[in-house]
Design a protein around this ligand. Structure first.
Ligand SMILES: O=C(O)CCC(=O)C(=O)O
Ligand SMILES: [Fe+2]
Length: 396
């Protein structure tokens, strides 16, 4: 492939994604990264926790599980319902809820070499950024893979595509993996594909790319399966304040705050500050959990947990967000005010399909004196119809 082709489309994507960043190599992260990599690759740091003062905080997070023996009932009861982050092994090899099925085609087809030659995927344009107006920035997979192999960027572009299912060829990706049974009971399936928020992403990340610290939207939980490479994760429990996990006041104005900077510099400062300030109110119950996810492993992130991710190597994976009967309460509270129309549609569907959840949603609304806009409208409509009927009756 000629260098010009991929370089041109990548340069354009970079310009649109971060217009003010002229030099993507300015921090020299290529030289600094190996030292970080070496330090976290030490065996004792594979799973580590940092808990300055809370004696009650659990230390065995994430829970390490294996789909060869884990039933979905066990997962629901002992982990999901308790909002415990997990690493589940063996899913892509074809294990699910203690049964053996077929391995995912992704295990072979998402190999970087295989993707480079993949006639259905190599020419697809996948999302690797967003411009200032919120428009998607896309590049052809074959150009992105060339970039992935040949860049020295501090924090490279990262393919994060949720629209592959709308593309005639790229929707093949849907047949490369299977939603594990632990996560299949997704209540958002009751709202139309066009109304529900984006919920599944195909991920191709060059080393040093990553995702900055956040909580997933609408109170959803997520699963994230890595097919190739290694990712470093950090998790903070839901009660840790935003300004603390974001490192507010700990980042100099001339410093970048991408995932690679967060993991290599900022996180240590956050931990030091948490140790120094452990007796202050806002640091009460501070805890953070870091670990490395290997290929073949699925991370479960419960509703409300803060997380950030750094690709330690080039990676390929998939992630989905979901609403289940176990995280329903958190999702309902966010959805009823954040996505009013969708919440109303969902409630109507739940009345038919999961009456006990509809009941729970209504009870939460009553408890919080929450009036649903569409319910008010629907009631008004009912009342009007009622008046009409009476009028019609009177006039005949
Ligand atoms: O694998 C990653 O980069 C993390 C993805 C993530 O947290 C998300 O999509 O919300
Ligand atoms: Fe996330």
């Amino acid at each position: 492939m000629t260098t010009e082709n991929w370089n041109k489309s990548i340069d354009e994507a970079k310009r649109l994604h971060r217009p003010s960043l002229r030099n993507w190599e300015v921090d020299g992260m290529v030289e600094k990264f190996p030292r970080y990599l070496e330090s976290v690759t030490e065996e004792r740091r594979h799973y580590e926790h940092f808990i300055p003062s809370d004696e009650n905080a659990p230390v065995d997070i994430p829970a390490i599980l294996d789909a060869r023996t884990l039933t979905k009932e066990d997962f629901f009861e002992h982990y999901e319902a308790k909002e415990i982050p997990c690493v589940i092994k063996s899913i892509p090899e074809g294990y699910d809820s203690a049964e053996k099925t077929e391995p995912w085609p992704a295990v072979t087809s998402w190999d970087l070499e295989a993707l480079t030659k993949d006639e259905e995927l190599r020419n697809r344009r996948l999302k690797c950024g967003e411009d200032d107006d919120g428009h998607k920035v896309k590049v052809r997979l074959k150009y992105f893979l060339e970039y992935l192999r040949n860049n020295n960027d501090d924090s490279p572009l990262y393919i994060f595509d949720s629209n592959f299912d709308e593309d005639k060829y790229a929707k093949r990706i849907l047949t490369d993996y299977q939603v594990p049974s632990y996560f299949r009971d997704d209540l958002f399936r009751f709202v139309s594909e066009s109304r529900r928020p984006p919920y599944r992403w195909f991920l191709v990340g060059p080393k040093r790319s990553g995702t900055t610290v956040h909580i997933d939207p609408l109170g959803t939980s997520a699963w994230n399966t890595l097919i190739h490479g290694q990712k470093r994760w950090v998790l903070f429990p839901p009660h840790v304040p935003k300004r603390i996990v974001k490192g507010k006041g700990l980042i100099a104005s001339n410093e970048d705050d991408e995932a690679v900077h967060y993991f290599t510099f900022i996180l240590d400062r956050i931990k030091q500050k948490a140790a120094a300030c452990q007796h202050m109110d806002e640091y009460r119950g501070f805890a953070c959990y870091e670990f490395t996810q290997n290929s073949g492993e699925t991370v479960f992130i419960p509703s409300g947990w803060w997380h950030a991710v750094l690709n330690l190597t080039d990676t390929v994976g998939v992630t989905q967000n979901f609403c289940s009967p176990r995280n329903f309460d958190r999702v309902w509270i966010e959805t009823r005010s954040g996505r009013k129309r969708m919440a109303w549609k969902l409630l109507r569907k739940l009345e038919e399909e999961y009456p006990y959840l509809a009941e729970r949603a209504r009870a939460m609304n009553t408890r919080d004196q929450f009036q649903m806009k569409y319910e008010i409208l629907a009631n008004q409509q009912k009342e009007e119809e009622h008046h009409w009927k009476r009028k019609v009756q009177r006039t005949v």
